[in-house]
Design a protein around this ligand. Structure first.
Ligand code: 5GP
Ligand code: ZN
Length: 142
């Protein structure tokens, strides 16, 4: 299926396979992969394949597809990592803390006293740890 793309967009490059990611799943309209600056272990992103920046411009059926993908990843994270909770977060616009203007939902497993806030500072995670968790999540996907 064709979808809008933006050649300067980092997530469009990941969708196109031009940049690597630790991919969890992919379907016709969405992709899910690990966040490279995880707030907590298991932090992942459910991403529309098409380049729609924000909730007000994405077609509603694609938004529903992203929600379905986020649910699959959240279920795998809950089953595998047994977090104290999971936040699904989605930012629209720089004023809301959105740094990549290509619609995505954060799947953010929580740990006790992790200090996570609505907007956070990006710190690169350990690649080997991210990859190891991505394998466990992939194995638990339904
Ligand atoms: P936002 O700030 O737009 O809500 O979230 C963007 C997310 O994308 C951030 O959590 C950031 O760590 C993540 N991110 C930015 N660049 C890359 C990348 O090249 N690869 C991956 N996997 N995640 C990225
Ligand atoms: Zn894009």
């Amino acid at each position: 299926m064709s979808h809008p793309t933006d050649e300067s967009c980092i997530f469009c490059k990941i969708v196109a396979g031009q940049l690597p990611c630790f991919k969890l799943l992919e379907d016709e309209t969405t992709i899910a992969f690990m966040d490279i600056n995880p707030v907590n272990p298991g932090h992942a992103l459910a991403v529309a394949k098409g380049h729609w920046p924000t909730v007000d411009v994405i077609p509603p059926d694609v938004l529903a597809d992203v929600a379905r993908t986020a649910q699959r990843v959240a279920k795998a994270a809950i089953a595998t990592l047994k977090p104290t909770g999971v936040n699904l977060l989605q930012a629209n616009g720089a004023g809301a803390g959105q740094s990549v203007p290509h619609l995505h939902v954060h799947i953010l497993p929580r740990r006790p006293d992790d200090g996570a806030t609505l907007n956070w500072t990006y710190r690169p995670g350990d690649r080997a740890e991210i990859e190891e968790i991505s394998r466990r999540l992939k194995a638990a996907l339904e």
